[in-house]
Design a binder for this molecule. Structure first.
Ligand SMILES: [Zn+2]
Length: 65
């Protein structure tokens, strides 16, 4: 389940299609078209990229200004 950071609606994985471009992984919210950033945390047991929303575990090295 992913949650849009703009409109706060949650979507099942099968309702959203992760995309990737030069800036990284993201999905477009089906409701409001907001670009929600995703982070690839590495291959899962099946060898597929495991994409998560990183907002809940912000790195201490993230620039905050
Ligand atoms: Zn949205």
């Amino acid at each position: 389940m992913w949650t849009c950071r703009n409109c706060n609606v949650s979507f099942d994985f099968d309702r959203t299609v992760p995309e990737v471009d030069e800036q990284g992984f993201f999905f477009l919210c089906p409701a409001c078209d907001y670009r929600n950033k995703l982070v690839d945390t590495g291959p899962d047991a099946a060898g597929r990229p495991k994409l998560v929303q990183n907002d809940d575990s912000v790195s201490p090295n993230d620039e905050s200004d």
